[in-house]
Write a protein that binds this ligand. Sequence first.
Ligand SMILES: [Zn+2]
Length: 530
Amino acid sequence: MLFEVKCTDLAARIGKLTTPHGSFETPSFIPVIHPVKQQISPNFLKSLGFDCIITNAYITFKKNEEKARKYGIHNIVNFDGPIMTDSGGYQVLEYGSVGVSPSTMAQFELDIGSDIPVPLDKPTGYGLSYPIAKSYVDETISNIKETIKIIKKNKNNSDIDPAYLSSNGEIWTGTIQGAEHFDLVKYSASVLDKMGFQFFAIGSPVELMESYNFSILSQLIKTTKLTIPNKPIHLFGAGHPLTIPLAVALGCDTFDSASYILYAKDNRYMYSHGTLRLDEMSYFPCCCPVCSYYTVKELLDEDRETRITNLAKHNLFILKQEISIVKQYIYDGRLWEYILQKARSHPKLMDAIYTIKNFEYLQNSTPLFKQKAIYLFEPVDQYRPELKNFRRMLINNYKSFYSDVLLLYPDQSIRPFYLSSIFKNLIDNYSPSLVCLYNPFFGLIPVEISDIYPASHNVFSNHSRDFEVGDYGEFIKLFNSFLKINHFKTIYIIADSFMEKMLSFLQFPDEIELKIENFVEITTKSDQFL
Ligand SMILES: [Zn+2]
């Protein structure tokens, strides 16, 4: 199988992509290397665990055509693992045209044995008017049609599924253009999907990332994922620890960039929460071999080439570390918590969190049951997909069997609540037909299902009760829908400070008899409710 998924969280997946030169695990950062002069050797990249690299087929064609055709790209760059080749689209973006036809490039990429070739595309970049962007999308599609003719002409492996677009096992990349014109993105993605591509790349995001426009980037990825939900997706030009976790969470599987070396040439030092200028630093917040060996001053005092090589190596360690952290968070089912931590690194990332909070597709690939408890800190956590799934289940699949008396009690993190003495005392005192716990993040939790995930597998900050009620819109929506579906005659509310503030936002049907008691009063009167 070309792409196997082992584990998911939000829209992120840990998978395995298989190419003619072996498999590699995703999410994966694919470092860009220059096909002729390499400051960092592919062997060093391999030793760090970068199992796939990308190089430029267009530059190879211009500088080393004959040798590359004769010996193959793996020998040219001295790397025996999977190699992706870019085709000059970036040069098209920079210079307008490259003077090579799409079919010439496609044939060249096949001749040099690329594992993941990219057709010569016409990147839209960012900020083009709609008609111009559309003409670029159409040009890319027409280039790709030429490319497909070459692929079919070269087809010499009859074992390959005819539905796959491949001549000898290589994985062609469908390059999706359109940038911020999302209907063009959707159109581009669906046309390429129908053409038989098994691997896709989102083009043109570099300017969005450089300008920290993570909200538009998120919508661009979402548009692609809604059109192509299952096949692997590459994000061109993503090479920063701030961008990668968000893009992984939204469903991108691979990334490529030359950032590690470009930043190094500019004396820029990557770290988990951003970028620092080497000459403005006092300490290295990192323990990689470079940062352990040098002090900041010693590295600054090195000659330019030594400094660039070592800074580039450090940047690679940081990118590798970022991918490993993200994968561990996916395994632990806590990627939401990680992208929220990251969002504290840059306000524009926090903006993106508020953009993605209602992305419904994140719910569909978040497991319904997880091994570990989830942590809830602040109002934005009410949008966690696990909680949305729980509330959706409560509205769509749950109905109270008896509906005379509903009793609402604040969730005090007593697990399991139905075995506690408080529960017994509530039953004795109020004879309710249903007891629900209420919690700012969940809304309501019927006690009879309070031990299912994640109702009993969470830890929440009590500080959450101090926020303004308007912050918990999901609570209000859930509460009002629940009362509409389940027709109670009497409702007892043991109201804590959160519920007291909340009451004016809740809609109780006229015929309901409402009895409100104060949580502090009843708990001070008797310790049986503590
Ligand atoms: Zn370091």
